[in-house]
Design a protein around this ligand. Structure first.
Ligand SMILES: C[S@@+](CC[C@H](N)C(=O)[O-])C[C@H]1O[C@@H](n2cnc3c(N)ncnc32)[C@H](O)[C@@H]1O
Length: 203
């Protein structure tokens, strides 16, 4: 399997090497929440939920939210965060490339899971996201903008793997997804990069 595996991410959590972690929910999640993107009672998935900051914020908003992560430490952290705040949400130890929900959901919140996967897995992951969502459901995506110097020579470097907008258009093809017009909101990321906030509708 190309790229990082569950043991890689587990080691990052165990050694406290989590530079992507804001220590709080993403400001973009809060903006989307305040704009009504997560109606109470709607179903939301958070793949690669990490420490569970976004999961907890969505649970607090009354959303039926489930977080997925294949690193046991991430699942433990997320469960602990929910327990500390007395919140209810699902937290599953699962591989996002293998798992399927019992029924399609309304929304997927994608934050730094795609850029954690080697691009060899991107098509499979995009197919998963499409299958998880009901028709008309929305993918709230934060596409990591982190080009590495070696890319000019053809090297694939990550994580984070750069989610170039041209690659995103090919991956989330317009025959399967409806795209809003750019420009897209830039969200500053603790890795020293920024994300592009894009809301795609599953056709
Ligand atoms: C860079 S971290 C981001 C965590 C969180 N989304 C955040 O922004 O703080 C990537 C997370 O995705 C998880 N992950 C990566 N590949 C995965 C896979 N194939 N299945 C499930 N989780 C995965 C890792 O274990 C890790 O927790």
């Amino acid at each position: 399997m190309a790229g990082p595996d569950a043991a890689f991410w587990q080691a990052r959590f165990e050694t406290g090497t989590t530079p992507w972690d804001r220590g709080a929910a993403s400001p973009q999640l809060l903006r989307w929440r305040d704009a009504g993107a997560f109606p109470a009672g709607s179903s939301v998935l958070v793949p690669g939920c990490g420490s569970g900051w976004e999961l907890a914020e969505l649970a607090a908003a009354g959303v039926a939210v489930t977080g997925l992560d294949y690193a046991p430490a991430a699942v433990e952290r997320s469960a602990q965060r929910l327990a500390e705040r007395g919140l209810q949400a699902g937290v599953l130890q699962a591989d996002v490339l293998q798992w399927s929900p019992p029924q399609p959901v309304d929304t997927v919140y994608e934050q730094t899971c795609l850029c954690a996967l080697h691009p060899d897995h991107w098509t499979a992951y995009a197919a998963q996201l499409h299958a998880w969502l009901r028709p008309g459901g929305r993918l709230l995506a934060l596409f990591m903008q982190a080009p590495a110097a070696g890319a000019a020579d053809g090297y694939i470097t990550g994580p984070p793997y750069h989610c170039d907008i041209h690659a995103m258009r090919a991956l989330f093809a317009a025959v399967r997804w409806s795209w809003p017009k750019p420009p897209y909101e830039r969200v500053i990321h603790p890795l020293g990069a920024h994300e592009l906030a894009v809301v795609l509708t599953r056709l």
